[in-house]
Design a protein around this ligand. Structure first.
Ligand code: FAD
Length: 428
């Protein structure tokens, strides 16, 4: 918890607001609220970055009259006050670090040209702090190189978002994804890796001898870069997806499943391992879970299928795909099409979790690095990309098996070859 953030009651806040000259940010949050949990570290970062602003947090459930008076209906909602009056645009839902920063810079009249970036020089820069990036970091740090992991969100990657990992060797069998990733973070840090999280890339130049990565806070420079930006969920191709994303449509059961405690019905879309395993996990919260799958059989492992099909709270609708989302303020169902008969029907639901595959995260460097036809980074067995001094590791690489075990394998190979490249450059 940051000392810069005050936790106030409605009465304390109103007293504070009366005489305060300057800018106050007020975050109405709730417990058991995934977007609030996502905002928490961003709010701390903003409090460090904007020392002239007073940052306040207030538990909405405990201060309902003030929330209602201010017209705050959902959590999190961030409001801004200048000299006691509300100013600027409110932020709500899943708030990114960029949205928060732009709002505060706008209210303070700060232009992009005025932002002084700290210049940082490293031996190896690693873009992405998932299993691949953290493994590269451990190896390269152990080789006594100065390693910085530049991470857009919080380190841990996709693996930190799954409730259990049962197939990663060397663990007791079933381990929480977050626990596994916290171990990897601690291990990398223990060998000297610096992790700079919440750093969205503004621009990047991978060509030439010194590579440069620019974020809002830093200008990084290094002779070696390892790309380990992983992959993200493919969005559900159904009308209304964007309107309900984060509020009815979800891509992470571990993050958002608890929102559906005692919900009547939750839908999971997909038929691979992630869909089937996360559907079983969601039966811990919802009264019933329906999997909607486009084929008449699952692609998931036999073990995962058996567990799902034996679960009394879970059923499957085969041969069907969602076409549109139903609901006004809240999601109430999904229109699905049977792809054999082309019949449309509506399935009532409180929430939908989507597991229909992944797409690589390459937008910040796609114009500089050779990608294959599906957008994954091309590399040889030693993780060299088409640019000298630029290596790749993990799910973002062109390959057939995307798992934690393969990501860490790539990470090790990329780091060893990065070390060799670094040494050869120094000796030449
Ligand atoms: C729900 C789910 C369940 C899974 N279950 C299992 C399992 O049981 N066993 C198993 O082995 N695997 C499992 N996987 C797959 C496994 O999590 C991935 O294969 C693995 O995390 C890939 O690691 P990575 O480091 O390549 O990429 P990621 O884990 O995707 O990490 C990439 C990191 O890079 C960051 N990043 C992205 N773009 C940028 C940028 N421009 N700048 C800076 N940072 C950036 C991201 O924020 C992220 O932290 C599961 C995946 C999911 C989604």
């Amino acid at each position: 918890m940051s000392e810069r953030i005050l936790h106030l009651s409605a009465k304390e806040f109103e007293d504070e607001l009366k005489d305060f000259k300057g800018l106050i940010a007020l975050d109405f949050f709730s417990e058991e609220c995934p977007p609030c949990a996502q905002l928490a570290p961003i709010y701390v970062r903003m409090a460090e970055k904007f020392p002239d602003v007073k940052f306040v947090k207030m538990l909405r459930q405990a201060n309902r009259p003030l929330a209602e008076k201010l017209g705050v209906k959902g959590s999190p909602t961030v409001l801004f006050f200048h000299n006691g009056e509300e100013v600027g645009q409110r932020l709500s839902g899943y708030i990114s670090i960029t949205q928060a920063r732009l709002a505060l810079e706008g209210l303070q009249g700060i232009t992009p040209e005025e932002i002084v970036k700290e210049k940082v020089s490293a031996d190896v820069l690693i873009l992405g702090g998932g299993p691949a990036g953290l493994t590269s970091a451990t190896y390269a740090s152990r080789a006594k190189l100065r390693v910085i992991v530049v991470e857009a969100g919080l380190a841990g990657g996709q693996a930190a978002t799954t409730y259990h990992i049962a197939n990663y060797p060397g663990t007791p069998g079933v381990l929480g994804g977050k626990e596994l990733m916290n171990n990897m973070i601690d291990q990398a840090k223990g060998f000297g890796t610096e992790i700079h999280d919440l750093q969205e890339v503004v621009s990047l130049d991978l060509k030439g001898d010194r590579k440069r990565i620019i974020t809002e806070d830093f200008e990084y420079e290094a002779p070696v870069v390892i790309l380990a930006t992983g992959a993200e969920s493919r969005r559900l191709p159904a009308d209304g997806e964007a309107d309900f994303r984060g509020n009815g449509i979800h891509y992470c059961a571990t993050c958002d499943g608890a929102m559906y405690q005692d919900a009547e019905e939750v839908i999971v879309v997909g038929g691979g391992n992630s869909a089937v395993e996360e559907a079983v996990y969601l039966t811990k919260f919802a009264k019933h879970v329906t999997i909607i799958h486009q084929f008449d059989h699952f692609q998931a492992s036999k073990t995962a299928q058996e567990e799902a099909l034996a679960n009394q709270k879970l059923s499957v609708i085969w041969d069907s795909e969602p076409r549109s989302i139903v609901g006004e303020k809240h999601l109430t169902g999904v229109v699905i099409e049977n792809i054999k008969t082309h019949t449309l029907s509506t399935v009532s639901a409180n929430g939908v979790f989507v597991y229909i595959g992944m797409q690589p995260r390459t937008s910040s460097f796609a114009d500089q690095i050779k990608l294959n036809q599906w957008g994954y980074v091309e590399a040889d067995d030693e993780m060299h990309t088409n640019l000298s001094g630029v290596f790749v590791a993990g799910d973002v690489r062109s390959k057939t098996v995307r798992q934690v075990a393969t990501a860490v394998g790539d990470g090790a190979v990329a780091a060893v070859n990065a070390e060799r490249y670094f040494a050869s450059r120094k000796s030449s």
